[in-house]
Design a protein around this ligand. Structure first.
Ligand SMILES: Cc1cc2nc3c(=O)[nH]c(=O)nc-3n(C[C@H](O)[C@H](O)[C@H](O)COP(=O)(O)OP(=O)(O)OC[C@H]3O[C@@H](n4cnc5c(N)ncnc54)[C@H](O)[C@@H]3O)c2cc1C
Length: 569
């Protein structure tokens, strides 16, 4: 295995865009991913990607500045405004670059890239490829990587970062196929490992979204930022919680309660109230359910029947397929039963707007694993795919510049060897442990407690219970026993390693939520229902102490042009 200068961890949109940028700066790049790159969760993204292209007649006044304002307002003023301005300014360039690379976007009759309305804008700004946007962008970027001859290590799982006191020196990686453990030297590591959705029950995320990249970095002494901010998507299919894209409402879909009423008119004053930001729509649906206006089983209807068969077949064919396969109903004829589901990790690895980590030279992070922070307390639909390509490139550029400037680190070999030994012992211990705790059951218990007690509506006493229960699970982890002890394709082992990270991240989420005594964006406290800028207009940093406990700290929000105002829609 040859040594890369830059190790990109993650083969989703962020990782691939970072790899292209670093390669184009002349660096020797390897992409490491625990599943085949094109199976990354990015490929499941349906609805679209935002950019102020002004291609729709209603969007003629759009601009990067308007896009920035909508994003900052949507974030409930917690986003760092310099980072948002970078993202919205770069957006049209990244979309045109994808177009030039052959990405098959849907188009208007005049040939320009089509745009649909998404939440928080009020007019069409979201570019899309039918309802398979992530899939086509992922394949476009993968082709560009292959064209450049970038190395891939697929089905290798990173288990630890290796560092000296001064900087990153590589990673410890496990082959899922053979169980081999290797130390991989690298001058810079870019974490593009995606979100932690599967810490929660009722998640729209793929089962690979465990947050282990964040957990690895957290363990290496780098803080997580804003972990209490979790996005619940308004519309996930009842039963499986597969996502029903915001594009359904963008194309004109309605939300109806069991009386057939479009209840969103009761909550916001917009013409198409279903397109309020996600935190507001998710809470409104949950309120309808809690107050008895939902259907038995806890859901409401997403109604597309008035859009007509042709429109649905052209713009939402994937949604129709999913409904037919997983709910046995055709949305052309019947409304879709939906409920809110965990969807996105606003928090993540604390990095600066150039994606470098201020706490550890050589470490970079971007995409859903990072908190840059462009989404603040609530992400707008279509801004995450945008974040991946904008900040993936920025991270690759910054890491490329860094590795061309640094010299050899003489302590690197020693640090890598020590970490390899340590991780080898950790894995041996797990394989030989004879405790009585079942990792699968613990995972289920974690998911249930997170959705029940750290969900859409939160209160102090339930959050305290959640913290205690997570700590109890962490203690039980010391007594787990794996059911399979071989080395080849031991997913029991791979997932147990990740469970340890999930438990630690869950504690940062629940503690952050308990600590933040206000309501802002996706974080809603029934015992502190107002936003409180005097005390809480700041980011939360969660540090891992030597003894494994969590210490909370604060970080300023960067405000450039937009002073916090009341957020009305
Ligand atoms: C169903 C769904 C639909 C969505 N639709 C939209 C949309 O329409 N518009 C929008 O803007 N956003 C959407 N999102 C959000 C968006 O898709 C994601 O936030 C984004 O794609 C994340 O990209 P990423 O590159 O950061 O991570 P991912 O695509 O999740 O990739 C993570 C990568 O890291 C690798 N990895 C993780 N841990 C390890 C490890 N320990 N070792 C090695 N490799 C590791 C994985 O193998 C994977 O390659 C959607 C999300 C979901 C779940």
């Amino acid at each position: 295995m040859a040594s890369p200068e830059i190790l990109v961890v993650g083969g989703g949109l962020t990782g691939l865009r970072a790899a292209i940028a670093a390669h184009d700066r002349g660096a020797k790049v390897t992409v490491l991913t625990k599943v085949y790159a094109i199976r990354s969760h990015s490929g499941a993204a349906q609805g679209g990607i935002n950019a102020a292209l002004k291609n729709h007649p209603e969007g003629q006044d759009d601009s990067p500045e308007r896009h920035a304002f909508d994003t900052i307002k949507g974030s409930d003023y917690l986003a760092d405004q310099d980072a948002v301005e970078t993202m919205t300014r770069e957006a049209p360039h990244r979309i045109r670059e994808l177009e030039a690379w052959g990405c098959p976007f849907s188009r208007f009759d005049d040939g320009y890239i089509a745009q649909r309305p998404f939440g928080g804008a009020g007019f069409p700004r979201t570019c899309f490829a039918s309802d398979r946007t992530g899939h086509v962008i992922l394949h476009t970027l993968y082709e560009q990587c292959i064209k450049r001859g970038i190395d891939f290590l697929e089905e290798w799982q990173m288990v630890a970062l290796s560092r000296t006191p001064e900087r990153v020196v590589g990673a410890i990686v496990l082959s899922r196929l053979t169980g081999a453990l290797r130390a991989l030297p690298a001058d810079a590591v870019i974490m593009c490992t995606g979100g932690y959705g599967r810490i929660y029950g009722r998640s729209t995320n793929a089962i690979i979204n465990t947050g282990s990249g964040m957990g690895i970095v957290y363990r290496s002494g780098v803080p997580m930022e804003d972990m209490e901010f979790v996005q619940f998507h308004p519309t996930s299919l009842v039963g499986t919680n597969i996502l029903m894209t915001e594009g359904c409402r963008g194309e004109g879909g309605y939300l109806r309660n069991k009386n057939g009423d479009r209840f969103m008119f009761e909550y916001v004053t917009m013409d198409h109230p279903e397109l309020a930001p996600r935190d507001i729509v998710a809470r409104s649906i949950q309120t309808e359910i809690n107050e008895g206006r939902g259907f038995e089983g806890g859901y409401v209807h997403l109604d597309l029947t008035h859009l007509g068969a042709d429109h649905i077949m052209e713009r939402l064919p994937g949604i129709r397929d999913i409904c037919l396969q997983f709910a046995g109903l055709d949305p052309i004829e019947k409304p879709i039963p939906i409920q809110p589901g965990q969807h996105y990790s606003m928090g993540g690895i604390d990095v600066d707007p150039d994606c470098s980590c201020p706490h550890l030279p050589g470490l970079y992070a971007a995409g859903e694993a990072a908190c840059i922070s462009v989404h603040g307390a609530n992400r707008l639909g279509g801004n995450s795919l945008l974040e991946t390509v904008v900040f993936g490139k920025i991270a690759g550029d910054a890491a490329g510049e860094y590795v061309s400037a640094i010299g050899a680190d003489n302590g690197a070999a020693g640090a890598l060897g020590a970490e390899l030994d340590w991780q080898g012992r950790r894995i041996d211990n797990l394989l030989s442990a004879s405790g009585d705790q079942n990792a699968g059951q613990m995972r289920l218990q974690l998911k249930e407690l997170m959705i029940d007690k750290v969900g859409i509506y939160r209160d102090g006493s339930a959050l305290e219970e959640a913290v205690d229960e997570i700590r109890a699970l962490r203690a039980r982890f010391n007594d787990i026993r794996l059911t399979y002890r071989g080395l080849k394709y031991n997913l029991d082992l791979c997932r147990a390693l990740e469970l340890e990270h999930k438990l630690e991240l869950a504690e940062t989420i629940a503690l952050g939520a308990l600590h933040r005594a206000e309501s802002r964006g996706g974080h809603y406290r029934v015992d502190f229902t107002e936003r409180d800028d005097a005390d809480w207009l700041h980011h939360t940093l969660a540090w891992r102490e030597e003894d494994g406990s969590t210490r909370l700290d604060r970080k300023d929000v960067t405000i450039t042009s937009y002073q916090p105002e009341e957020r009305t829609y």
